[in-house]
Ligand binder design. Structure first.
Ligand code: ATP
Length: 358
């Protein structure tokens, strides 16, 4: 298990504050946050490239905070991939395994498998400077995994790859996690990647942990408006809780003409921010179709933004509401600006973020 306790790190004028984080064996933990929030600084401190001001890093209960990088037993795929320019791809790949004195028969089968899955076989005799960004990323990933570290730190490892290869490598990482109980600490901008790969996530904003937990809970129930915005929640409107009965809250939206039913907020208090993910809004052209959704709103289409795989439909439901639907559904429903639709939203998909300042 990898544990960070009250880790405080300074990098120039920037400071990462009191980070508390633990990754269980075989688990993938994603650190998410906007550019400049301190994600790479966090990884560098775990790896030993930056000395923390306070706090500690433990691996299986052992304090490794002051150990040199090479003695920590961590695999690392940095953003700047750090491949040795004077070594061929093949020698780069074998370097860390040999440095860890792994006998060839022990890493050869895994190396061959990784080379084949990532498609870097034709690159083995080339030098890093001749590779494209995506090729370098694949080589960097294979190099980190082939030395069979128990914990691997990945800093935006798939960002230069096209979508299909990226997904294939997600599969690979997941498979290695299952087979070898590989523990992964992943830094990414890509929310889909985090959702696919991670078991738990930490959201960093301006050097502080603002939310941490199971990925479904964090994505579904952001604790603060900034987290909701960062996690791509489209609908965020102020509301007022009118009453709570049996765990269900009735909320007045915006100016008060529309009401929604939601799960009760985590803290009492009337003022909330209502957060609804676009994927959770189901659209119908005709009224009266059976539905288990507690919220059924008549709305007008304001605009349609095509996209792959989901289009974004902006609606006026008495408040600005955004729905994500697939291309075929968009055609089937023939949604154009001005059209009337019915938006169905389950109470469990309406999340209320407490607001303290009113
Ligand atoms: N050595 C340094 N000197 C000065 N500022 C630094 C130094 N290292 C990092 N910073 C600053 O610290 C902040 C956090 O940097 P960091 O690389 O950790 O962010 P990040 O969340 O990984 O960003 P990105 O997603 O853009 O990679 C940034 O504002 C960066 O400019």
């Amino acid at each position: 298990m990898l544990e960070l306790e009250s880790l405080t790190v300074a990098a120039g004028g920037f400071r990462l504050h009191e980070v508390q984080l633990s990754v269980a064996e075989g688990e993938c933990h994603a650190v998410l946050g906007p550019s400049g929030s301190g994600k790479s600084t966090l990884l560098k401190a775990v790896l030993g490239l930056l000395a923390p001001e306070r706090g500690c890093v433990r691996l299986d209960g052992r304090d490794i905070t002051r150990l040199p990088v090479e003695q920590r037993g961590l695999g690392y795929v940095p953003q700047q991939l750090g491949l040795f320019p004077h070594l061929t791809v093949r020698d780069n790949l074998c370097y860390s395994a040999r440095a860890r004195r792994l006998p060839e028969p022990q890493f050869r089968p895994l190396l061959e498998k990784l080379v084949s899955v990532t498609g870097i076989g034709p690159l083995l005799d080339r030098f890093p400077s001749t590779l494209s960004g995506g090729e370098r990323q694949r080589v960097g990933l294979v190099r980190a995994l082939v030395s069979q570290p128990r914990v691997v730190l990945l800093d935006e490892p798939f960002s230069a790859l096209h979508a299909s290869l990226r997904r294939e490598l997600w599969w690979l990482v997941r498979e290695l996690q299952r087979q070898q109980r590989l523990t992964v600490l992943l830094v990414t901008h890509d929310l889909t990647e985090a959702f696919y790969l991670a078991d738990r996530v930490t959201v960093l904003l301006e050097g502080r942990v603002v939310q941490q937990g199971d990925k479904t809970a964090v994505f579904g129930k952001p604790v603060a408006p900034e987290v909701a915005r960062f996690l791509g929640v489209e609908t965020l409107v102020p509301g007022r809780v009118l009453h709570v009965v049996d765990g269900l809250a009735t909320v007045e939206v915006g100016s008060g003409r529309t009401r929604l039913v939601a799960l009760a907020p985590s803290e009492p208090g009337p003022h909330v921010l209502i957060s609804i993910r676009g994927e959770d809004v189901v659209l119908q052209r005709e009224e009266g179709r059976p539905s288990s959704a507690r919220n059924r709103l008549k709305a007008r289409v304001v605009s349609v933004r095509p996209g792959t795989p989901l289009a974004c439909v902006e609606l006026d439901a008495g408040f600005p509401l955004y729905a994500f639907i697939t291309g075929p559904a968009l055609e089937e429903l023939d949604l154009r600006p001005g059209a009337t639709v019915h938006a169905h939203i389950k109470a469990t998909a309406v999340h209320l973020i407490p607001r303290h300042h009113e």
